[in-house]
Design a protein around this ligand. Sequence first.
Ligand SMILES: Cc1ncc(COP(=O)(O)O)c(C=O)c1O
Length: 342
Amino acid sequence: MNIIDLRSDTVTRPSPEMRQAIFKARVGDDVFGDDPSVRELEDYVADLFERQASLFVPSGTMGNQICLNVHSRPGWELLCDRESHIVNYEAAGPAVHSNLLVNLLTTERGMISAQTIRDNIRPINLHCPRTRLVSLENSHNRHGGTILPQEEIKKVRQVCDEFGLILHLDGARIWNVHVASNVSLPELTHPFDSVSVCLSKGLGAPVGSMILGTRDFIEKCRRVRKLFGGGMRQAGIIAAAGLYAVKNNIDRMADDHAHARLLAKGLNELDLFDVDISRVQTNIVVADIKRDYTADSILAKMKEIGVWAVPFGPRRIRMVTHLDVTRAECEEALVRINRIFS
Ligand SMILES: Cc1ncc(COP(=O)(O)O)c(C=O)c1O
């Protein structure tokens, strides 16, 4: 029985073409700054987003944490959606690496509105922490791959300008937003002072993320990357895969989005799950469990039939579509789930 692995879009394996690109990669020592493939990737991605510069980093977590560190001073306050990746899955990085106080804001679908930001900026006085940073996540993982409204992001930018706040984007899956909304990558990311994007999710590269910003900002990030142990030597081996991914694997994400809708619709027909279809805007499906099962018991049964997903709460699971699952496999997953639970 083949395994249909819907745990995450990080589980993809390099395709034969990508492996060819890796095989042919020209490499050097990137800590000395002379790996030609890393240089090429950094220039290509900076151009793609119409930014001055970009930096190749080992992971999305490191990308976010470097940005927060470069932007901040100990004791500053970061405004963040309480469901964000930075808060839930980065091992308390803002507190540990940068001594940031995080104000966890509750949102409907991941968007912290301009008004909410305005309402949460603390007065400048002796007693209060300084509210200085805002981080958004687009698409929003824990909210189900939702797309943040671009018009509201522009308003957030205005509030940040008014109060001197720094605005960061965790754009791990910004590619999905671009494909689903047809808004260009520069337009989606222009309002942000810094952006972190992942190569190793829907794009299918084995390793790596990119930070984007001004030349000056990226030079500061380069130093913090070294501090965090993320300076890599012949990194062209993996940069070549990243370059292949950004050149070839963006547009095909439309398939992943169609597959996610198919899964969501199919799950809703099974009287076991409840999926809010209006949230299935990209490649993520979050399903609430209707009957007497827990996420763990359902996932254990699904594992037996070769359909893998992850828990997303005591009675909630997540499935993610990606370039290593076909439409036929999504249909097959639904058939298998139906067979054991009906
Ligand atoms: C929204 C978001 N940001 C950041 C990350 C971190 O990426 P990495 O696993 O490469 O550290 C992830 C990973 O799943 C993510 O979903």
